[in-house]
Design a protein around this ligand. Structure first.
Ligand SMILES: C[S@@+](CC[C@H](N)C(=O)[O-])C[C@H]1O[C@@H](n2cnc3c(N)ncnc32)[C@H](O)[C@@H]1O
Length: 262
């Protein structure tokens, strides 16, 4: 029987880039990250991801997966009963990478994306999917109260305007008493160059507001403080000569993992 052809929204489609890269890295002999389910998801959904795995994006996604995972593990070590949210989760299964047997985890994305995710994932005992937007906190009412919330936004804020970033940050501080936000940020250079991005140029998505420093977020939400900011170059330069060269040439242009607290 022929598979139904899935329709993705412009930004929703970008979740296939990270999915493709996690699958192809997992298949390598010395895989730096492993996502055994990614290939199965591609096959089950019947999506063509052949154009979504160029070198720089590949290295960037591997780097960010490692940086986000290590940062999350460290925070979960400090807050073992945290309620965690992967906001804009796409097809990522970060819960499985960091679960300590106690955290409660919510995979949140736009309702049409969660409907596709439900074709390949099921809710688990402490890991539940929710349809909702980073621009509207209605979904947060479904979550239990917790002393600490850990919010992950990997590959999501890059597509928001400055106004939308503000709406999102304000929503998080209004809806969660205390939390950490682990966010991927991008530079003003990328903001103007979607057409030159090696993977995103193959989608209809457009990059939004880019920043030189996470400090620029603090003017939008004064309840937040910036804890740390790490360029993906720090991880990328460990593996390949091209990664090292890119770190030198594009010193301030690579994406960063910024950690905010409130
Ligand atoms: C590049 S993908 C990243 C997916 C996942 N975080 C990962 O790293 O594989 C961007 C994701 O952001 C989601 N997204 C876009 N706008 C959103 C919004 N307003 N609220 C929640 N998710 C959103 C898209 O549906 C998509 O799944």
């Amino acid at each position: 029987m022929e598979k139904e052809k899935l329709q993705f929204g412009d930004v929703q489609e970008t979740a296939l880039i990270t999915l493709a890269i996690r699958a192809s890295e997992t298949a390598r002999p010395n895989a730096r990250i492993r996502d055994e389910k990614a290939k199965e998801i591609i096959d089950t959904l019947g999506v063509d991801v052949s154009k979504f795995d160029p070198f720089l994006s590949h290295e960037g996604v591997v780097a960010r997966t490692i940086l986000f995972r290590e940062q999350l593990r460290e925070l979960i070590g400090r807050y073992p009963d945290a309620v965690c949210v992967n906001l804009g989760c796409g097809f990522d299964d970060k819960f499985q990478q960091v679960d300590n047997g106690r955290i409660r985890w919510y995979d949140v994305d736009l309702p049409d994306q969660i409907a596709v995710r439900r074709k390949v994932f099921e809710d688990r005992e402490r890991c539940v999917m929710l349809g909702g937007s980073a621009l509207d906190g209605a979904w947060t009412k479904e979550l239990p109260r917790a002393e600490m919330n850990l919010i992950v936004m990997e590959g999501v804020l890059e597509y928001f305007s400055r106004e939308q970033v503000k709406t999102c940050l304000n929503m998080l501080c209004d809806c969660f008493a205390h939390g950490y936000l682990l966010a991927e940020l991008h530079s003003p250079v990328l903001e103007k160059n979607t057409k030159h991005h090696d993977a995103v140029k193959h989608t209809n998505a457009t990059f939004g507001w880019g920043t030189k420093s996470g400090k620029e977020y603090l003017a939008l939400e004064p309840r937040m403080t910036l804890v740390s900011e790490t360029s993906y170059n720090e991880e990328m330069k460990k593996y390949t000569l091209r990664g090292k060269l890119f770190a030198l040439i594009a010193k301030n242009m690579n994406n960063r993992l910024a950690v905010f607290r409130w």
